[in-house]
Ligand binder design. Sequence first.
Ligand code: GLY
Length: 556
Amino acid sequence: MTFAKLRRDFLAFFEKRGHKIVPSSSLMPTDPSVLFTSAGMQQFKPYYLGEKSPYGLNVATCQKCFRTSDIEEVGDESHLTFLEMLGNFSFGGYFKKEAIKLAFELVNSTFQIPKSKMTITVFGGDKEVPEDKESAEIWKKLGIPEEKIKKCGREDNFWGPTGEEGPCGPTTEIHINGIEVWNLVFNEFYQNKNKKLTPLEQKGVDTGMGLERLAMVAQNKPSVFETDLFEPFIRELPETNIKARRIIADHIRGSVFLISEGILPSNVEQGYILRRILRRTIRYGKLLNLVKQFLIPLAQRVIEIYKDIYPELKSKEADILTVIQNEEEKFEKTLEIGIKQFGKVALRGAISGKDAFHLFDTYGFPLELTQELAKEKGIKVDTEGFKAAFEKHREISRAGVEKKFGGVGKGATIEAAKLHTATHLLHAALREVLGEHVQQMGSDITSQRLRFDFSHPVKMTQEQVKKVEDLVNQKIREDLEVKKEETDYQTAVKSGALAFFKDKYPGKVTVYSIRGFSKEICAGPHAKKTGELSHFRIIKEESSGSGVRRIRAILK
Ligand code: GLY
Protein backbone atom coordinates (compact mmCIF):
# COMPACT_ATOMS: atom_id res chain seq x y z
CA MET A 1 0.00 0.00 0.00
CA THR A 2 1.46 3.34 -1.00
CA PHE A 3 1.80 6.09 1.58
CA ALA A 4 -0.70 8.17 -0.39
CA LYS A 5 -3.26 5.37 -0.10
CA LEU A 6 -2.56 4.88 3.60
CA ARG A 7 -3.18 8.56 4.19
CA ARG A 8 -6.34 8.53 2.10
CA ASP A 9 -7.69 5.34 3.68
CA PHE A 10 -7.06 6.63 7.18
CA LEU A 11 -9.07 9.79 6.59
CA ALA A 12 -11.82 7.99 4.67
CA PHE A 13 -12.15 5.43 7.48
CA PHE A 14 -12.81 8.11 10.06
CA GLU A 15 -14.97 10.24 7.80
CA LYS A 16 -17.23 7.24 7.24
CA ARG A 17 -17.50 6.87 10.99
CA GLY A 18 -18.78 10.35 11.71
CA HIS A 19 -15.53 12.33 11.91
CA LYS A 20 -15.08 15.71 10.28
CA ILE A 21 -11.82 15.87 8.32
CA VAL A 22 -10.00 19.06 9.32
CA PRO A 23 -7.01 20.39 7.32
CA SER A 24 -3.54 20.36 8.83
CA SER A 25 -2.71 23.51 10.76
CA SER A 26 0.54 25.40 10.20
CA LEU A 27 3.89 24.10 11.47
CA MET A 28 4.15 27.42 13.30
CA PRO A 29 1.90 27.12 16.33
CA THR A 30 -0.08 29.88 18.00
CA ASP A 31 1.18 28.71 21.41
CA PRO A 32 4.31 30.81 22.10
CA SER A 33 5.73 28.24 24.52
CA VAL A 34 6.52 25.79 21.71
CA LEU A 35 8.59 26.36 18.58
CA PHE A 36 6.72 24.07 16.23
CA THR A 37 3.55 22.08 15.89
CA SER A 38 4.61 18.66 17.07
CA ALA A 39 1.28 16.87 17.47
CA GLY A 40 -2.12 16.74 15.83
CA MET A 41 -4.01 17.78 18.92
CA GLN A 42 -2.39 21.20 19.23
CA GLN A 43 -4.91 23.01 17.05
CA PHE A 44 -7.72 21.46 19.10
CA LYS A 45 -6.43 22.22 22.59
CA PRO A 46 -9.33 24.53 23.57
CA TYR A 47 -11.96 21.92 22.70
CA TYR A 48 -10.64 19.54 25.32
CA LEU A 49 -11.14 22.28 27.88
CA GLY A 50 -14.80 22.91 27.19
CA GLU A 51 -14.74 25.41 24.34
CA LYS A 52 -17.23 24.39 21.66
CA SER A 53 -15.61 22.77 18.62
CA PRO A 54 -16.79 24.29 15.34
CA TYR A 55 -16.11 20.91 13.69
CA GLY A 56 -18.34 18.82 15.96
CA LEU A 57 -17.23 16.34 18.63
CA ASN A 58 -15.20 13.95 16.48
CA VAL A 59 -12.53 14.96 13.99
CA ALA A 60 -9.59 13.46 12.11
CA THR A 61 -6.53 15.03 10.50
CA CYS A 62 -3.27 14.48 8.73
CA GLN A 63 -1.10 17.06 10.50
CA LYS A 64 2.30 18.42 9.50
CA CYS A 65 4.59 18.06 12.53
CA PHE A 66 8.19 18.97 13.32
CA ARG A 67 9.99 17.49 16.33
CA THR A 68 13.23 19.17 17.34
CA SER A 69 13.64 16.67 20.17
CA ASP A 70 14.39 13.99 17.60
CA ILE A 71 17.09 15.76 15.55
CA GLU A 72 19.91 13.75 17.12
CA GLU A 73 17.98 10.49 16.75
CA VAL A 74 17.59 10.81 12.99
CA GLY A 75 19.68 8.18 11.25
CA ASP A 76 18.10 5.13 12.85
CA GLU A 77 15.20 3.21 11.30
CA SER A 78 12.28 5.32 12.38
CA HIS A 79 13.06 8.76 13.82
CA LEU A 80 12.32 11.87 11.78
CA THR A 81 12.21 15.62 12.31
CA PHE A 82 9.36 16.37 9.94
CA LEU A 83 6.50 13.92 9.88
CA GLU A 84 2.88 13.66 8.90
CA MET A 85 0.77 12.66 11.85
CA LEU A 86 -2.51 10.89 11.29
CA GLY A 87 -4.95 11.28 14.15
CA ASN A 88 -8.53 11.03 15.28
CA PHE A 89 -9.79 13.19 18.10
CA SER A 90 -12.87 13.31 20.24
CA PHE A 91 -13.90 16.13 22.54
CA GLY A 92 -16.40 14.32 24.69
CA GLY A 93 -17.89 12.26 21.86
CA TYR A 94 -16.35 8.87 22.68
CA PHE A 95 -13.71 7.47 24.98
CA LYS A 96 -11.55 4.38 25.52
CA LYS A 97 -13.81 1.63 24.23
CA GLU A 98 -14.70 3.29 20.95
CA ALA A 99 -11.22 4.71 20.36
CA ILE A 100 -9.50 1.35 20.82
CA LYS A 101 -12.08 -0.48 18.71
CA LEU A 102 -11.70 2.02 15.89
CA ALA A 103 -7.90 1.81 15.97
CA PHE A 104 -7.94 -1.97 16.01
CA GLU A 105 -10.43 -2.21 13.14
CA LEU A 106 -8.41 0.17 10.98
CA VAL A 107 -5.07 -1.53 11.57
CA ASN A 108 -6.36 -5.08 11.46
CA SER A 109 -9.11 -4.97 8.83
CA THR A 110 -8.37 -1.99 6.60
CA PHE A 111 -4.56 -2.13 6.69
CA GLN A 112 -4.57 -5.92 7.09
CA ILE A 113 -1.94 -6.12 9.75
CA PRO A 114 -2.43 -9.40 11.62
CA LYS A 115 -2.84 -9.54 15.40
CA SER A 116 0.24 -11.70 15.63
CA LYS A 117 2.39 -8.69 14.66
CA MET A 118 0.88 -6.44 17.32
CA THR A 119 1.90 -5.75 20.87
CA ILE A 120 0.07 -3.30 23.07
CA THR A 121 1.18 -1.11 25.95
CA VAL A 122 -1.10 0.42 28.58
CA PHE A 123 -0.48 2.74 31.52
CA GLY A 124 0.56 0.71 34.55
CA GLY A 125 -0.35 3.30 37.19
CA ASP A 126 1.69 5.35 39.63
CA LYS A 127 1.22 7.44 42.78
CA GLU A 128 -0.96 10.00 41.05
CA VAL A 129 -2.80 8.21 38.26
CA PRO A 130 -4.33 4.72 38.60
CA GLU A 131 -3.53 1.77 36.34
CA ASP A 132 -5.54 1.74 33.10
CA LYS A 133 -7.25 -1.64 33.58
CA GLU A 134 -10.12 -0.67 31.31
CA SER A 135 -7.95 -0.35 28.20
CA ALA A 136 -6.25 -3.68 28.91
CA GLU A 137 -9.68 -5.34 29.18
CA ILE A 138 -10.85 -3.82 25.91
CA TRP A 139 -7.76 -5.12 24.11
CA LYS A 140 -8.28 -8.59 25.55
CA LYS A 141 -11.89 -8.65 24.35
CA LEU A 142 -10.61 -7.77 20.86
CA GLY A 143 -8.48 -10.90 20.94
CA ILE A 144 -5.07 -9.62 21.97
CA PRO A 145 -3.56 -12.20 24.35
CA GLU A 146 -2.73 -10.98 27.85
CA GLU A 147 0.99 -11.65 27.47
CA LYS A 148 1.08 -9.20 24.57
CA ILE A 149 -0.37 -6.37 26.66
CA LYS A 150 2.42 -4.66 28.58
CA LYS A 151 2.05 -2.22 31.45
CA CYS A 152 4.39 0.76 31.35
CA GLY A 153 5.02 3.85 33.41
CA ARG A 154 4.83 7.60 32.95
CA GLU A 155 7.83 7.72 30.67
CA ASP A 156 6.17 5.58 28.02
CA ASN A 157 2.44 5.65 28.55
CA PHE A 158 1.44 9.11 29.59
CA TRP A 159 1.25 11.90 27.05
CA GLY A 160 1.23 15.67 27.08
CA PRO A 161 0.78 18.44 27.59
CA THR A 162 2.34 20.23 24.66
CA GLY A 163 3.87 23.54 25.72
CA GLU A 164 3.67 24.87 29.25
CA GLU A 165 0.26 23.51 30.17
CA GLY A 166 -2.76 21.73 28.80
CA PRO A 167 -4.68 18.47 28.53
CA CYS A 168 -2.84 15.19 29.04
CA GLY A 169 -3.46 11.65 30.15
CA PRO A 170 -2.61 7.94 30.07
CA THR A 171 -2.06 6.28 26.73
CA THR A 172 -2.26 2.94 25.07
CA GLU A 173 0.09 2.23 22.18
CA ILE A 174 0.00 -0.16 19.28
CA HIS A 175 3.41 -1.56 18.36
CA ILE A 176 3.81 -3.46 15.14
CA ASN A 177 6.88 -5.64 14.64
CA GLY A 178 8.32 -3.92 17.70
CA ILE A 179 7.88 -0.40 16.27
CA GLU A 180 5.64 2.04 18.10
CA VAL A 181 3.11 3.02 15.47
CA TRP A 182 -0.03 4.44 17.05
CA ASN A 183 -0.45 6.33 20.27
CA LEU A 184 -3.94 6.66 21.75
CA VAL A 185 -4.13 9.33 24.43
CA PHE A 186 -7.00 9.54 26.88
CA ASN A 187 -7.09 13.12 27.98
CA GLU A 188 -8.39 13.00 31.52
CA PHE A 189 -6.28 15.68 33.18
CA TYR A 190 -5.18 19.26 32.89
CA GLN A 191 -1.57 19.88 33.81
CA ASN A 192 -0.79 23.44 34.87
CA LYS A 193 2.54 25.29 34.72
CA ASN A 194 3.57 23.77 38.06
CA LYS A 195 2.96 20.28 36.72
CA LYS A 196 -0.09 19.79 38.92
CA LEU A 197 -2.78 17.49 37.50
CA THR A 198 -6.48 18.20 37.89
CA PRO A 199 -9.21 16.01 36.35
CA LEU A 200 -10.85 17.44 33.23
CA GLU A 201 -14.59 17.91 33.32
CA GLN A 202 -14.97 16.29 29.93
CA LYS A 203 -12.78 13.41 28.87
CA GLY A 204 -11.26 13.39 25.42
CA VAL A 205 -9.39 11.23 22.94
CA ASP A 206 -6.27 12.30 21.03
CA THR A 207 -4.42 9.86 18.84
CA GLY A 208 -1.25 10.13 16.79
CA MET A 209 0.16 7.76 14.18
CA GLY A 210 3.14 8.80 12.08
CA LEU A 211 2.37 8.17 8.42
CA GLU A 212 6.00 7.30 7.72
CA ARG A 213 6.13 4.59 10.38
CA LEU A 214 2.78 3.26 9.27
CA ALA A 215 4.14 3.04 5.71
CA MET A 216 7.23 1.26 7.02
CA VAL A 217 5.23 -1.53 8.68
CA ALA A 218 2.49 -1.69 6.04
CA GLN A 219 5.10 -1.98 3.27
CA ASN A 220 7.23 -4.38 5.32
CA LYS A 221 10.36 -2.24 5.04
CA PRO A 222 13.32 -2.30 7.42
CA SER A 223 13.19 1.50 7.86
CA VAL A 224 11.04 4.50 6.98
CA PHE A 225 13.67 5.47 4.44
CA GLU A 226 12.92 2.47 2.25
CA THR A 227 9.24 3.31 1.90
CA ASP A 228 7.84 4.97 -1.21
CA LEU A 229 7.89 8.24 0.73
CA PHE A 230 11.67 8.46 0.71
CA GLU A 231 12.75 6.03 -1.95
CA PRO A 232 12.33 8.44 -4.92
CA PHE A 233 14.97 10.80 -3.62
CA ILE A 234 17.08 8.80 -1.20
CA ARG A 235 18.10 6.56 -4.10
CA GLU A 236 19.96 9.56 -5.51
CA LEU A 237 22.37 9.37 -2.57
CA PRO A 238 25.30 6.97 -2.34
CA GLU A 239 24.94 3.99 -0.02
CA THR A 240 28.39 4.26 1.49
CA ASN A 241 27.21 5.81 4.74
CA ILE A 242 23.64 4.86 5.65
CA LYS A 243 23.38 7.26 8.54
CA ALA A 244 24.54 10.27 6.50
CA ARG A 245 22.15 9.31 3.75
CA ARG A 246 19.19 9.15 6.11
CA ILE A 247 20.07 12.43 7.78
CA ILE A 248 20.26 14.19 4.43
CA ALA A 249 16.94 12.70 3.33
CA ASP A 250 15.16 13.66 6.53
CA HIS A 251 16.64 17.12 6.83
CA ILE A 252 16.06 18.21 3.25
CA ARG A 253 12.42 17.21 3.58
CA GLY A 254 12.13 19.07 6.88
CA SER A 255 13.84 22.14 5.41
CA VAL A 256 11.50 22.28 2.44
CA PHE A 257 8.47 22.23 4.72
CA LEU A 258 9.88 24.79 7.15
CA ILE A 259 10.75 27.22 4.36
CA SER A 260 7.30 26.76 2.83
CA GLU A 261 5.93 28.18 6.09
CA GLY A 262 7.91 31.38 5.61
CA ILE A 263 10.76 30.45 7.97
CA LEU A 264 14.21 31.71 6.94
CA PRO A 265 17.59 30.54 8.24
CA SER A 266 18.68 32.73 11.15
CA ASN A 267 20.36 32.46 14.52
CA VAL A 268 17.22 32.36 16.63
CA GLU A 269 14.13 30.30 17.22
CA GLN A 270 12.56 28.52 14.23
CA GLY A 271 15.12 30.08 11.87
CA TYR A 272 17.91 28.62 13.95
CA ILE A 273 16.47 25.13 13.72
CA LEU A 274 16.17 25.51 9.96
CA ARG A 275 19.77 26.72 9.72
CA ARG A 276 20.93 23.85 11.89
CA ILE A 277 19.30 21.13 9.81
CA LEU A 278 20.28 22.73 6.50
CA ARG A 279 23.91 23.03 7.54
CA ARG A 280 23.89 19.55 8.93
CA THR A 281 22.65 18.33 5.56
CA ILE A 282 25.48 20.14 3.77
CA ARG A 283 28.08 18.73 6.15
CA TYR A 284 26.81 15.21 5.64
CA GLY A 285 26.79 15.89 1.92
CA LYS A 286 30.53 16.54 2.23
CA LEU A 287 30.92 13.26 4.00
CA LEU A 288 29.33 11.53 1.02
CA ASN A 289 31.47 13.56 -1.42
CA LEU A 290 28.40 15.10 -3.01
CA VAL A 291 28.88 17.93 -5.43
CA LYS A 292 28.06 21.51 -4.51
CA GLN A 293 24.39 22.43 -4.95
CA PHE A 294 23.32 18.83 -4.42
CA LEU A 295 20.44 20.00 -2.29
CA ILE A 296 18.50 21.65 -5.08
CA PRO A 297 17.52 18.52 -7.06
CA LEU A 298 16.71 16.75 -3.79
CA ALA A 299 14.44 19.59 -2.71
CA GLN A 300 12.75 19.47 -6.11
CA ARG A 301 12.05 15.76 -5.64
CA VAL A 302 10.53 16.42 -2.22
CA ILE A 303 8.25 19.08 -3.71
CA GLU A 304 7.16 16.64 -6.44
CA ILE A 305 6.23 13.99 -3.88
CA TYR A 306 4.11 16.29 -1.75
CA LYS A 307 2.76 18.91 -4.14
CA ASP A 308 -0.71 17.42 -4.49
CA ILE A 309 -1.37 17.31 -0.78
CA TYR A 310 0.52 20.51 0.08
CA PRO A 311 0.14 22.80 -2.94
CA GLU A 312 2.00 25.59 -1.10
CA LEU A 313 5.22 23.67 -1.78
CA LYS A 314 4.74 24.08 -5.52
CA SER A 315 3.59 27.69 -5.40
CA LYS A 316 6.60 28.59 -3.25
CA GLU A 317 9.07 26.39 -5.08
CA ALA A 318 11.21 29.27 -6.38
CA ASP A 319 11.52 30.80 -2.89
CA ILE A 320 12.29 27.47 -1.29
CA LEU A 321 15.08 26.73 -3.75
CA THR A 322 16.56 30.23 -3.42
CA VAL A 323 16.68 30.05 0.36
CA ILE A 324 18.40 26.66 0.22
CA GLN A 325 20.88 27.81 -2.38
CA ASN A 326 21.77 30.97 -0.44
CA GLU A 327 22.32 29.09 2.77
CA GLU A 328 24.42 26.50 0.99
CA GLU A 329 26.64 29.20 -0.51
CA LYS A 330 27.00 30.95 2.83
CA PHE A 331 27.89 27.79 4.67
CA GLU A 332 30.36 26.63 2.03
CA LYS A 333 32.56 29.54 3.04
CA THR A 334 32.50 28.63 6.74
CA LEU A 335 33.25 25.06 5.81
CA GLU A 336 36.29 26.06 3.83
CA ILE A 337 37.66 27.99 6.80
CA GLY A 338 36.84 25.01 9.02
CA ILE A 339 38.77 22.66 6.79
CA LYS A 340 41.77 24.99 7.01
CA GLN A 341 41.40 25.02 10.78
CA PHE A 342 41.31 21.24 10.74
CA GLY A 343 44.54 21.26 8.74
CA LYS A 344 46.16 23.38 11.41
CA VAL A 345 45.19 21.27 14.41
CA ALA A 346 45.98 18.10 12.47
CA LEU A 347 49.63 19.19 12.39
CA ARG A 348 49.79 18.31 16.10
CA GLY A 349 49.56 14.66 15.11
CA ALA A 350 46.19 13.94 16.72
CA ILE A 351 42.89 15.73 17.23
CA SER A 352 42.16 16.37 20.89
CA GLY A 353 38.59 16.26 22.22
CA LYS A 354 38.70 20.00 22.69
CA ASP A 355 39.83 20.61 19.11
CA ALA A 356 37.18 18.26 17.76
CA PHE A 357 34.55 20.10 19.75
CA HIS A 358 35.82 23.47 18.62
CA LEU A 359 35.52 22.29 15.02
CA PHE A 360 31.99 21.16 15.75
CA ASP A 361 30.86 24.21 17.67
CA THR A 362 32.50 26.96 15.64
CA TYR A 363 32.76 25.49 12.16
CA GLY A 364 29.78 23.16 12.29
CA PHE A 365 31.82 19.99 11.77
CA PRO A 366 30.08 16.88 13.04
CA LEU A 367 32.41 14.45 14.79
CA GLU A 368 31.98 12.06 11.87
CA LEU A 369 33.38 14.63 9.45
CA THR A 370 36.39 15.30 11.67
CA GLN A 371 36.93 11.56 11.99
CA GLU A 372 36.70 11.12 8.26
CA LEU A 373 39.26 13.86 7.60
CA ALA A 374 41.51 12.47 10.33
CA LYS A 375 41.34 9.02 8.79
CA GLU A 376 42.54 10.40 5.49
CA LYS A 377 45.54 11.85 7.28
CA GLY A 378 46.09 8.69 9.30
CA ILE A 379 45.67 10.42 12.67
CA LYS A 380 43.40 9.78 15.67
CA VAL A 381 40.53 11.76 17.18
CA ASP A 382 39.88 11.74 20.93
CA THR A 383 36.17 10.89 20.72
CA GLU A 384 35.79 10.50 24.51
CA GLY A 385 37.21 13.97 24.99
CA PHE A 386 34.83 15.26 22.33
CA LYS A 387 31.86 13.68 24.10
CA ALA A 388 32.91 15.19 27.42
CA ALA A 389 33.19 18.65 25.87
CA PHE A 390 29.87 18.13 24.11
CA GLU A 391 28.09 17.08 27.32
CA LYS A 392 29.42 20.12 29.14
CA HIS A 393 28.15 22.35 26.36
CA ARG A 394 24.80 20.57 26.35
CA GLU A 395 24.30 21.24 30.04
CA ILE A 396 24.82 24.91 29.41
CA SER A 397 22.41 25.04 26.48
CA ARG A 398 19.87 22.92 28.33
CA ALA A 399 19.77 25.61 30.97
CA GLY A 400 19.03 28.02 28.13
CA VAL A 401 16.18 25.91 26.82
CA GLU A 402 14.69 25.58 30.30
CA LYS A 403 14.64 29.32 30.58
CA LYS A 404 12.88 29.68 27.24
CA PHE A 405 10.22 27.21 28.32
CA GLY A 406 9.66 28.58 31.77
CA GLY A 407 12.27 26.61 33.68
CA VAL A 408 14.69 28.08 36.16
CA GLY A 409 18.14 27.14 34.84
CA LYS A 410 20.53 29.22 36.90
CA GLY A 411 22.90 30.05 34.06
CA ALA A 412 19.95 31.07 31.91
CA THR A 413 18.57 33.45 34.52
CA ILE A 414 21.91 35.20 34.75
CA GLU A 415 22.09 35.43 30.97
CA ALA A 416 18.56 36.86 30.81
CA ALA A 417 19.47 39.49 33.42
CA LYS A 418 22.42 40.59 31.28
CA LEU A 419 20.21 40.76 28.21
CA HIS A 420 17.71 42.91 30.13
CA THR A 421 20.50 45.33 30.93
CA ALA A 422 21.70 45.21 27.33
CA THR A 423 18.15 46.10 26.23
CA HIS A 424 18.25 49.25 28.38
CA LEU A 425 21.63 50.22 26.99
CA LEU A 426 20.39 49.62 23.47
CA HIS A 427 17.27 51.70 24.05
CA ALA A 428 19.32 54.61 25.38
CA ALA A 429 21.88 54.30 22.58
CA LEU A 430 19.15 54.33 19.93
CA ARG A 431 17.69 57.52 21.41
CA GLU A 432 21.11 59.10 21.40
CA VAL A 433 22.02 58.08 17.85
CA LEU A 434 18.61 58.35 16.14
CA GLY A 435 16.75 60.86 18.31
CA GLU A 436 14.23 61.16 21.12
CA HIS A 437 11.39 59.93 18.91
CA VAL A 438 12.61 56.41 19.52
CA GLN A 439 10.17 54.64 21.80
CA GLN A 440 10.11 51.05 22.90
CA MET A 441 7.29 49.18 21.14
CA GLY A 442 8.06 45.71 22.38
CA SER A 443 10.80 43.50 23.70
CA ASP A 444 11.47 39.80 24.02
CA ILE A 445 14.35 38.05 25.68
CA THR A 446 15.39 34.42 25.49
CA SER A 447 18.51 33.00 27.06
CA GLN A 448 20.28 33.49 23.73
CA ARG A 449 19.33 36.90 22.42
CA LEU A 450 17.30 40.04 22.85
CA ARG A 451 14.76 41.42 20.45
CA PHE A 452 13.76 45.05 20.62
CA ASP A 453 11.02 46.80 18.67
CA PHE A 454 11.02 50.58 18.52
CA SER A 455 9.45 53.45 16.66
CA HIS A 456 11.58 54.80 13.84
CA PRO A 457 10.32 55.62 10.34
CA VAL A 458 13.12 54.27 8.13
CA LYS A 459 15.73 51.54 7.94
CA MET A 460 18.82 52.35 9.97
CA THR A 461 21.98 52.92 7.96
CA GLN A 462 24.97 50.67 8.54
CA GLU A 463 26.77 53.59 10.15
CA GLN A 464 23.92 54.10 12.59
CA VAL A 465 23.85 50.42 13.51
CA LYS A 466 27.60 50.52 14.10
CA LYS A 467 27.35 53.70 16.17
CA VAL A 468 24.66 52.18 18.39
CA GLU A 469 26.68 49.00 18.81
CA ASP A 470 29.83 50.98 19.66
CA LEU A 471 28.03 53.16 22.15
CA VAL A 472 26.59 50.15 23.98
CA ASN A 473 30.02 48.51 24.04
CA GLN A 474 31.57 51.70 25.35
CA LYS A 475 29.11 51.66 28.27
CA ILE A 476 29.92 48.00 28.86
CA ARG A 477 33.65 48.80 28.98
CA GLU A 478 33.01 51.61 31.45
CA ASP A 479 31.67 48.92 33.80
CA LEU A 480 28.95 51.17 35.23
CA GLU A 481 26.79 50.26 38.18
CA VAL A 482 23.17 49.29 37.39
CA LYS A 483 21.34 51.04 40.20
CA LYS A 484 18.00 49.80 41.44
CA GLU A 485 15.51 51.92 43.39
CA GLU A 486 11.85 51.82 44.31
CA THR A 487 9.61 54.82 43.99
CA ASP A 488 6.10 55.70 42.84
CA TYR A 489 5.30 55.99 39.17
CA GLN A 490 4.84 59.78 39.01
CA THR A 491 8.15 60.49 40.72
CA ALA A 492 9.91 58.04 38.45
CA VAL A 493 8.54 59.60 35.28
CA LYS A 494 9.25 63.13 36.53
CA SER A 495 12.84 62.14 37.16
CA GLY A 496 13.10 61.20 33.48
CA ALA A 497 12.66 57.44 33.73
CA LEU A 498 11.33 55.85 30.54
CA ALA A 499 8.20 53.77 30.89
CA PHE A 500 7.05 51.25 28.34
CA PHE A 501 3.45 50.54 29.35
CA LYS A 502 2.20 54.06 29.85
CA ASP A 503 -0.65 53.35 32.25
CA LYS A 504 0.00 49.96 33.70
CA TYR A 505 2.03 50.84 36.78
CA PRO A 506 0.08 50.91 40.00
CA GLY A 507 1.75 51.93 43.28
CA LYS A 508 5.48 51.42 43.66
CA VAL A 509 7.69 50.83 40.66
CA THR A 510 11.30 49.74 40.29
CA VAL A 511 13.62 52.03 38.40
CA TYR A 512 16.91 50.80 37.00
CA SER A 513 19.45 53.44 36.09
CA ILE A 514 22.88 53.42 34.53
CA ARG A 515 24.73 56.59 35.40
CA GLY A 516 24.24 59.45 32.97
CA PHE A 517 22.97 57.15 30.27
CA SER A 518 19.81 55.18 30.96
CA LYS A 519 16.89 55.25 33.35
CA GLU A 520 13.88 52.99 32.96
CA ILE A 521 10.98 51.60 34.89
CA CYS A 522 11.37 47.85 34.71
CA ALA A 523 10.72 44.71 36.73
CA GLY A 524 14.23 43.35 36.11
CA PRO A 525 16.24 41.27 36.82
CA HIS A 526 19.41 43.06 35.76
CA ALA A 527 23.15 42.66 35.85
CA LYS A 528 24.87 44.43 38.76
CA LYS A 529 27.41 46.16 36.55
CA THR A 530 27.51 46.72 32.80
CA GLY A 531 30.94 45.09 32.58
CA GLU A 532 29.26 41.69 33.13
CA LEU A 533 27.85 41.96 29.61
CA SER A 534 31.28 41.44 27.94
CA HIS A 535 30.39 42.36 24.37
CA PHE A 536 27.25 43.45 22.55
CA ARG A 537 26.50 42.65 18.94
CA ILE A 538 23.55 43.57 16.70
CA ILE A 539 22.63 40.59 14.54
CA LYS A 540 19.85 42.13 12.55
CA GLU A 541 17.93 45.36 11.96
CA GLU A 542 14.68 44.91 10.10
CA SER A 543 11.15 46.20 9.71
CA SER A 544 8.51 45.06 12.18
CA GLY A 545 5.48 46.80 10.76
CA SER A 546 4.87 50.30 9.58
CA GLY A 547 7.09 52.83 11.37
CA VAL A 548 8.48 50.13 13.65
CA ARG A 549 11.96 48.66 13.44
CA ARG A 550 13.24 45.50 15.10
CA ILE A 551 16.71 44.77 16.36
CA ARG A 552 18.01 41.39 17.35
CA ALA A 553 21.19 41.35 19.35
CA ILE A 554 23.35 39.00 21.35
CA LEU A 555 26.04 39.14 24.02
CA LYS A 556 29.29 37.38 23.40
N1 GLY B 1 -0.91 13.42 20.52
C1 GLY B 1 -0.46 12.11 20.53
C2 GLY B 1 0.86 11.91 19.88
O1 GLY B 1 1.33 12.80 19.24
O2 GLY B 1 1.44 10.88 20.03
